[in-house]
Design a protein around this ligand. Sequence first.
Ligand code: GAF
Length: 382
Amino acid sequence: MRELTKEALNQFEKHYGYSAELLIQAPGRVNLIGEHTDYNDGFVLPCAIDYSTIVASKKRSDYLVNIIAIDFNSKDHFQLDQPIVKSEHGWANYVRGVFKYVQETHPNFTGVDLIIHGNVPLGAGLSSSAALEVSIATTIKTLYNLSIDPKELAKICQKAENKFVGMNCGIMDQFISTLGEQNHALLVDCRSLETKSISMPKNLSVVIINSNVKHGLVDSEYNLRRQQCEEAASILNVSKLRDATIELLEKHKDEMSDVVYRRARHIITENARTINAAKALTNNDIVTMSELMQAGHLSMKDDFEITVPAVDCLVDIVKAEIGNKGGVRMTGGGFGGCVVALVPNEMVEQVRKAVENQYHTQTGLKESFYLCHAMNGAGKIS
Ligand code: GAF
C-alpha cells in the first residue's frame, strides 16, 4: 500500500506539475458465500480485502476532469458542464459513469485532476471495477464535502455500472468496497441493505487463489442468469427469488425448464447457506462453515453452472489438504477467476505448496496466491 501511495503521489506531481491534495483508497472484495443472490434481493457475506484502488486528486474550478490511469497506461478527460458521454476506453466508462450519476444528485462540484493506481487483480472476480467506481465517488464526495451517505454512494456506483457501463450487476461489490470493516465480514441483506458485522475467526486465514482463467463470457452469461432467475420468480409468483422456498419451487417444478428450476434451487439454497454461514462463523463452528462452503461450491457447479474445470480443480486440491478444518469455494461472478479458502493459520504454507505442486500439472495453468485480511471500506489515506 505504501508503495502504491508513493507512486500515485509521484505520478501526480510528474503529470500535473503540482501536488495532490487528497489520497483515497477503495478495496476489492472477496465473497465468503452468497453468490448471485444480491440481485435476487437475498443475502451475501463478503469482506473487503487489502488489495485496493488508490486515487490521488486535486480540485479544479473550470469544470474539467483529467484522469490518468497508470495501470492502463491511458488518459481521459471530459467537461462537467457538458453532457457526459461514453468513452472508447473501457476503463474510462467506470469513471465517467460515476461522475455522471454523482452529478445527477449532487451537481455542485467544478472539476478535478486525478491519478488512478491500484493492485486489485483485474478480471479475477475480486471487484476491481467496484473498487475503481467507489474510489472515484469517494474522491468527489471528500474533495467537495458532498453529503452522500455510504449506502447511497454504493448505489450511485452500482447505477454507473448498470446504466453507463452496461453490466447489470447487483449491489454487493460496491457495497462492501464502501462499507467493509476491518477483521469482519458483512452479512448484507440486499433488499433492506441492513448489515451485520461478523467477526472473522482469528485462527483462520483468508486465502484467495486465482485460477488465472480470465473471466470469459461474463456479461452475457451473467445477464442470462439474471433472466433465468426472473423467469423462475415470475412462475413462482414472487417478486424476487428471495421470497421463494424449496417447497414452493417443488410445487411448480413441472411449469419450468430443468435449467430454470436448477437456477432457482441454487438461489434459494444459497440464501439459506449464507445466513447459516454467518451463524457458523459467529460461533466459530468451522465444521459447519466448511460444509456450507462445499455445498455452495457444488451448487454453483451443478445448479448455477458458473464454475470452470480449473476452478473446480483448485477447490479439490485445497479441500484435500484442509478437510473440514477450513472451507473452500469459488468466489465472485464465475466463469473463471478465484477461489476463496478459510485456512487454519498453521496450514497456509501446506496449502500453498499443494497448489504449487498440483495445479499446473493438472491444468497447464499457473495460479496466483494471495494471503488477505478483512479491511475497512473506502476512505482517506493520511
Ligand atoms: C459480480 C456482481 F457484480 C455482483 O453483484 C454479484 O452478483 C456477483 O457477481 C455474484 O455473486 O461480482
